[in-house]
Design a protein around this ligand. Structure first.
Ligand SMILES: C[S@@+](CC[C@H](N)C(=O)[O-])C[C@H]1O[C@@H](n2cnc3c(N)ncnc32)[C@H](O)[C@@H]1O
Length: 212
């Protein structure tokens, strides 16, 4: 076992357990789907829940649902009248996502949209206190631009995979398109004086952005 795995296991043993339905969703994803690591999983899921509790959002937008794991984690922090909108482009996942969301009462607070986020975002009314960007890395800049005017002042944007497994610093010359687009996104955020920002080296990198 390598050191990173030791640390992940140690963390799992010393933080809150994931609720049973989330463990079940994660297990099913590992058994049935090709890229189960796309699901947030225990550690990132608890982190998203904790950050959402700190932010105390009423309205959340998630871009990239996959099996619904992270949506259910963030929904833990919603007030009774709160809503989480989540967008997934892969319509083959729709039945699985709906079944997974129905495994918890929290699913009633979650609105699933099937379609390309760039088409769906302009159709969602209202403003958001928290946005989680976790879809196609090549479109991170476009997602950010599409949501920016829908953010309340003081709202947070969480962006996953912004260190892209370390590729972001290893690639002295621009590498593949996804790496190049994440580099471009990170440079754009660094220069954006409308927001405060910090990058946590958790898993694949998590950027936390706060609209001023
Ligand atoms: C990393 S997974 C999301 C994982 C999920 N947020 C979690 O943590 O459990 C990325 C998802 O984004 C979806 N996706 C990719 N491009 C998209 C787009 N343009 N609009 C909506 N969803 C998209 C993919 O089909 C995939 O299911």
């Amino acid at each position: 076992m390598n050191r990173a795995m030791d640390i992940e296991e140690y963390i799992e043993q010393h933080i809150d357990a994931e609720p049973d339905y989330l463990a079940c969703i994660d297990h099913e994803a590992h058994v049935m789907l090709l890229n189960p690591r796309m699901s947030a999983g225990h550690v990132q899921g608890r982190l998203l829940s904790m950050l959402a509790h700190m932010i105390r959002p009423r309205n959340i937008l998630e871009i990239g649902t996959f099996v619904g794991y992270s949506a259910l984690c963030m929904a833990e922090a919603l007030p009774p009248d709160g809503r989480l909108h989540t967008i997934e482009i892969d319509d083959e996942l729709e039945d699985r996502i709906r079944e997974n969301l129905a495994m918890s009462e929290l699913g009633k607070k979650i609105v699933l949209h099937i379609g390309d986020a760039l088409d769906v975002i302009p159709q969602i009314d209202g403003r958001f206190d928290l946005v989680y960007i976790d879809a196609d890395k090549r479109d991170y800049v476009a997602y950010y631009d599409a949501v920016f005017d829908k953010l309340n002042p003081g709202a947070f944007v969480l962006v996953d995979n912004t260190l892209w497994g370390g590729k972001i610093v290893q690639a002295l010359e621009r590498g593949d398109r996804q790496t190049a687009e994440i580099q471009h996104f990170n440079e754009m955020i660094a220069a954006d004086n409308r927001v405060e920002k910090v990058i946590l080296p958790v898993r694949d990198g998590l950027t936390i952005i706060r609209k001023l």
